[in-house]
Design a protein around this ligand. Sequence first.
Ligand code: SF4
Length: 189
Amino acid sequence: ATGSITAKDVDSFIHHHAPLCMRNLHDSLRADKHLKHGGRLQYGLFLKGIGLSVEEALIFWRQAFSNMSDDKFQKEYAYNIRYNYGLEGRRVSYNPYSCTKIITSNPPSSGENHGCPFRHFSHNNLEARLRKDNISGSHVDEILALVRNKHYQLACTKHFEITHPQNKEKIDNIEHPNTYYELSKQIAE
Ligand code: SF4
């Protein structure tokens, strides 16, 4: 189902199709020109899942870490990118994380941007983010009510429905960030 994308496609595809967890990581990467380890793993594996090859991933991250010397990038980061694609170390090709894994393991501490916004953002931050994305007040309330009841994936599914009004079909509950992305792309095609 997945095509291939290049480093220069990432901004637009993430903006239009990625779930909030990955848009949050992308925005943090652009703002800070860096992401901490947990974020690089979560986002890097997601990007692999949407069809970014290891060659394009090396281009994408090299350009994104624009304040860093090439020497430092090659020494400290390129290995881990190749590792995620199974080209180093144990040579296991790692899979993108599911929602359950993101929601239940390794919560972000301050200064980290991985995790699930529906689970890990404060209510105020989540509300501000949804409003910044131009989601209407009544829709924001619906999402926050699900979050209050700890239905994080239902909140994400609702978020999908609200932000894809052209979709008339009932969708399955979102279980995986890559599913959210693929569904969004299908609707746009
Ligand atoms: Fe990402 Fe899943 Fe959370 Fe949605 S429910 S924001 S896809 S981790």
